[in-house]
Design a protein around this ligand. Sequence first.
Ligand code: PGA
Ligand code: MG
Length: 219
Amino acid sequence: MQHPCPIIFDLDGTLIDSAPDIHACVNAVLRENGIVPLSLQRVRSFIGGGVELLWTRIIAATGIDPVHRAALIAAFMARYHDATALTRVFPHVHEAMGQLVDAGHRLGICTNKPMGPTRVILDHFGIDHLMSVVIAGDSLPQKKPHPAPLIAAFDQLGKACGLFVGDSEYDAHCAAAVPVPFLLFSGGYRTTAVSELPHLATFDDFQRLPGLVADMAVA
Ligand SMILES: O=C(O)COP(=O)(O)O
Ligand SMILES: [Mg+2]
């Protein structure tokens, strides 16, 4: 690659550890409805496909009557849209982003999280100004692992190619469907073994990402 390629990032489980906030919002809604709360580990394993799939899984796990689905999702969104208190940026994300921008890469987000909470959290952690494009879970009719959201992200940057960095099955299969090289952050919310997910490289610390990207650029 002669010119630095754009790099698109997943959000939940990749740049930010948002599971504790999602877990707290889920359990607040469950408690309000007299339902036994779920563990953090359980809720974390339900994250990745967006809010609708999250609640499909919660309903299946708790035995809630699906007739309540729309009301539960509305109650969840009322809490989730600005939930930041328990969320943390993964270590060395800010430094890695800065180094990649300094190396000339344009950065973006392709997340299954809805646009409202995505904008709030990017702003909260001061990451928003680094992002040249943000495609969220409700930006298009399709969500990851469908390739359309990631294609839209690269389109908005005027590029048909680049790198995608993510943590989950949804990201790995989305990248393969585009297709675009995929870097797997192994410290996120995937429920499948790394060896079973298509990826070009894997890393467990964002300190390693700029070097990994630079190595790929000279390959
Ligand atoms: O909100 C989700 O379920 C997943 O969001 P992500 O695509 O940023 O991992
Ligand atoms: Mg993710």
